[in-house]
Design a protein around this ligand. Sequence first.
Ligand SMILES: *[C@@H]1O[C@H](CO)[C@@H](O)[C@H](O)[C@H]1NC(C)=O
Ligand SMILES: *[C@@H]1O[C@H](CO)[C@@H](O)[C@H](O)[C@H]1NC(C)=O
Ligand SMILES: *[C@@H]1O[C@H](CO)[C@@H](O)[C@H](O)[C@H]1NC(C)=O
Ligand SMILES: *[C@@H]1O[C@H](CO)[C@@H](O)[C@H](O)[C@H]1NC(C)=O
Length: 262
Amino acid sequence: MRPTPFFLPVPLPHTTPSPLLLLPLLLTLTLLPTPSQAHGYLSHPPARAAGPATSLACGKPITDAIQRDNTSHIEGLPELALAADSGFDASACNLWLCRGIQFADNNNIQVWRAGQTVGVKVKITIPHDGSANVSIVDAARNEVVGDMLVFWEAGYANEREFFAGSLPVNNTEFNITLPDVGARCGRAGDCVLQWWWYGKGARQTYESCVDFVMVPAGDKAGLDTRAEGQFGWRRWVGLLPWRRTRADEERPRKAFSSRLDR
Ligand SMILES: *[C@@H]1O[C@H](CO)[C@@H](O)[C@H](O)[C@H]1NC(C)=O
Ligand SMILES: *[C@@H]1O[C@H](CO)[C@@H](O)[C@H](O)[C@H]1NC(C)=O
Ligand SMILES: *[C@@H]1O[C@H](CO)[C@@H](O)[C@H](O)[C@H]1NC(C)=O
Ligand SMILES: *[C@@H]1O[C@H](CO)[C@@H](O)[C@H](O)[C@H]1NC(C)=O
């Protein structure tokens, strides 16, 4: 669905009208709602949302666009980076991982164990038939770790089914069983759980990322008692130009706000 184009209700003046005459037009333009291009996002577990670190890496125009519509596709973003002084840093922003939304903006780190079942929910607002997968991705390499956990080769978010109310429930609600990725995903920020969807007609890619850390079975008490401090500090480091190093990301020491999914 495309936003309906609108046409100015008044003929364009041939002479410059007085600013007072332009006022109603300006007001109208300001108050018109921004056309919505909403499509989808992962709604549970809580996914990364754009904040100051994203603004620093990707620039304000991209960050504003994502905040305005957190379901938007990646292909629409690069052109915003071209805006003068947009502050876009291609390698720091890394648009094709998590749509550029930065780890440092996420305070909500899941604590997961190998073998655990996690319920995932996706919100689709505008369908586009295509393929999709949910995978653990090594954040430094933007590389799927092991096998995709769920994979739809075709027929994901089919328009006809969506509007008929017959979209398979498991397009938007499903369980994943976590493989043992403790060796690669033992520190917050190492990996993300990424929902990825490509609408083939629209040629649009959607991504949402859940941050997690995989802890060994039995490692529980420690996690709950660790101080908020390191994460608060880490968030600031994420905002510094030289950004985070692996050393910044020693074992997380936050009283994680998220609970374990069962
Ligand atoms: C996306 O926006 C919706 C509605 O505004 C909000 O409920 C949801 O938490 C947001 N999610 C993310 C990941 O930004
Ligand atoms: C699965 O998602 C990843 C992004 O997380 C993407 O790079 C990859 O192409 C997708 N795989 C398939 C087979 O569609
Ligand atoms: C979704 O459910 C259908 C049948 O109910 C099943 O055939 C399909 O494999 C499921 N897909 C996924 C990705 O779980
Ligand atoms: C996910 O697993 C839980 C139990 O672990 C089960 O109750 C629930 O029905 C499952 N959901 C789906 C969509 O398969």
